[in-house]
Write a protein that binds this ligand. Structure first.
Ligand code: PLP
Length: 436
C-alpha cells in the first residue's frame, strides 16, 4: 500500500505510459480531470485531423472525398478497432450511436431467434439499453411482426418479455443468478460488460457460455471497457457487441460508435434499418433492398465524416500503448485510489461502491456519500476537480491510464478531504441539474 506524495511521484516516474499525457490537449493549470470514462480528453492529433478533414477534404475535395476514402472509413476504422477487442478485421464497423446500434442488433437477434422472445438483462446495465429494450417491447406489441408469434399461443404481435435481473448489492451480479434467469424461451442475453455505476466487470467468457447453453445469443455493451482493458470477443465466442468511442477511446463528444457481429452470424442476421449504406449495391439506385454481404449490412445512412475523422488518432495511441500495459496501469491507479480512500476518505463518510478485486473492476472508482451531489458540485466549482455524479449518491472518478497521473489521484483525494472537512459543499442547494 502506498500513501505518500513521494510514492505518487515515484509511480509517475516509473510509469511506462507517462509520455502519452503530453499528446493530449492541455487543460487549465491545476485542474484535474477524472471524467474520462464519460468523455475522454482531446488527443492533439485529433484536432489536427478534424481540421484537415474540414479544410482540405471537405473544403477542397468536396464530393470527391467519398472516392478518396470517406466511403471506406466505417470499415477501415472498424478493422483497427477489431484489433482492440479480439475480433477479425471484418467483424467490426463504425457507425451511428451506441443506442442505435444496440437497437439494430437486438432487433436482428430477435428476428433470427424466431419463436423465442424473451430478453434478459440486469439492473446494472446502462439505462439507455434498458429503455431501448422497453421501446422494442412496445414496438413489437404495437405492430404485428413476422417472427414474433407467441411460442405457445401462436398469438401474433405479442409483447416481448423483458427480464431485468436485480443485483443484490447494487454493485455486482453472479454467473449463477444469470444462469437462473435464462431459459429455453430466452432469445438474447444482453449486459454491460463494465457497469457504468460500480465499475463491476462481468466474466465475458463464462456469461457468454451461460447464454449459449440456453440457446440464446449474447450481446455485450462494451462502452465502459474498450480502451481500458483487453477484450477478447472471438476467444469468448461472443455473438454481438456494441460500444461508443468517446470514453476511453477519446474520439470526441458524440463520435460515432461501433458494432461487432461474429462472422458466421453476419449473413444470418439483418438490420431492422434497411438504409442504402447497408444495401448490396447502393450506387445502382435500384428500388428493392438486398443486404450487403458481411458487416456492411449493419450500416444505415451516410456516415458523419468529420466526427469519424476525430477517432483515429485516439485509436492509434491505444494501439501504440498496448492494452496489457494500459490495464496494468489502470489496476495500479484504481488500487491507489482505493488505498487512499481507506486511509483518508472512509472516515469522512465516503463508501467504496466499486469492487475491491481488480479482476472484476474497470477503470473508474465510485465513492458513495450522503452528500454526494453537493460534494460533486463543490469539487467542480471550488476545487478544480472534475469527476461526475450518478444517482443516487455516487461520485465517479475515471482513471484513464493514458493521461491520469498518480499525483493527480493523490491530489484529488486531498481535495475531497478538504471539501468535506471544510464543509465547502454546504453552500450548494440539494436540487440537481439536468446534465451530470
Ligand atoms: C456511454 C454508454 C452508452 C452511450 O450510448 P450513446 O448512444 O452513445 O448515448 C451506452 N451504453 C453504455 C454502457 C455506456 O456506458
Amino acid at each position: 500500500m502506498v500513501f505518500s506524495l513521494d510514492d505518487a511521484r515515484r509511480m509517475d516516474r516509473e510509469d511506462p505510459l507517462a509520455s502519452f499525457r503530453e499528446r493530449f490537449a492541455p487543460i487549465e493549470e491545476g485542474s484535474i480531470y477524472l471524467d474520462g470514462n464519460s468523455l475522454g480528453r482531446l488527443p492533439i492529433g485529433a484536432s489536427g485531423q478534424v481540421s484537415h478533414a474540414a479544410s482540405k477534404e471537405w473544403g477542397e475535395r468536396l464530393v470527391r472525398g467519398w472516392g478518396d476514402g470517406w466511403y471506406e472509413m466505417p470499415r477501415r476504422l472498424g478493422a483497427k478497432i477489431a484489433g482492440l477487442v479480439g475480433a477479425q478485421s471484418d467483424e467490426v464497423i463504425v457507425c451511428d450511436s451506441t443506442s442505435v446500434n444496440f437497437f439494430k442488433l437486438v432487433c436482428a437477434a430477435l428476428i433470427y431467434q424466431g419463436p423465442r422472445a424473451e430478453i434478459v438483462t440486469d439492473d446494472l446495465n446502462f439505462p439507455s439499453d434498458i429503455y431501448l429494450l422497453q421501446g422494442i417491447q412496445r414496438f413489437t406489441s404495437a405492430l404485428t411482426l413476422e417472427g414474433t408469434n407467441h411460442p405457445e399461443s401462436g398469438e401474433r404481435g405479442f409483447r416481448q418479455a423483458l427480464r431485468v435481473v436485480p443485483s443484490r448489492d447494487g454493485m455486482t451480479l453472479s454467473e449463477g443468478e444469470l444462469r437462473d434467469a435464462v431459459s429455453q424461451a430466452t432469445a438474447l442475453l444482453t449486459l454491460s460488460h463494465t457497469s457504468f455505476k460500480s465499475a463491476f466487470v462481468h466474466d465475458m467468457a463464462r456469461i457468454t457460455k451461460v447464454a449459449h447453453d440456453a440457446g440464446a445469443l449474447m450481446l455485450w455493451d462494451l462502452s465502459h471497457s474498450v480502451g481500458a482493458m483487453p477484450i477478447e470477443l472471438n476467444r469468448c465466442n461472443v455473438d454481438l457487441a456494441v460500444c461508443c468511442t468517446y470514453k476511453y477511446l477519446n474520439g470526441g463528444p458524440g463520435s460515432p460508435a461501433f458494432l461487432y457481429v461474429r462472422r458466421d452470424l453476419q449473413e444470418k442476421l439483418q438490420s431492422p434499418i434497411w438504409g442504402w449504406f447497408g444495401q448490396d449495391r447502393p450506387f445502382d439506385f435500384g428500388l428493392d433492398y438486398s443486404p450487403a454481404p458481411g458487416i456492411a449490412r449493419f450500416l444505415a445512412g451516410t456516415p458523419p465524416i468529420l466526427s469519424m475523422s476525430a477517432i483515429e488518432p485516439g485509436l492509434d495511441m491505444i494501439v501504440e500503448a498496448g492494452l496489457d500495459i494500459i490495464k496494468a496501469k489502470s489496476v495500479k491507479l484504481t488500487e491507489y485510489m482505493i488505498a487512499l480512500w481507506e486511509s483518508d476518505l472512509q472516515r469522512l463518510g465516503f463508501r467504496l461502491q466499486t469492487p475491491r478485486d481488480p479482476a472484476i473492476r474497470g477503470s473508474h472508482v465510485s465513492l458513495g456519500h450522503d452528500e454526494g451531489w453537493r460534494i460533486n458540485r463543490a469539487l467542480i466549482e471550488d476545487m478544480n476537480l472534475i469527476p461526475d455524479f450518478r444517482q443516487p449518491d455516487n461520485i465517479r472518478f475515471g482513471l484513464v491510464p493514458l493521461y491520469t497521473t498518480f499525483m493527480e489521484v493523490y491530489e484529488a483525494t486531498q481535495r475531497l478531504q478538504e471539501v468535506v472537512e471544510d464543509r465547502v459543499y454546504e453552500k450548494y442547494p440539494s436540487e440537481r441539474a439536468a446534465v451530470t
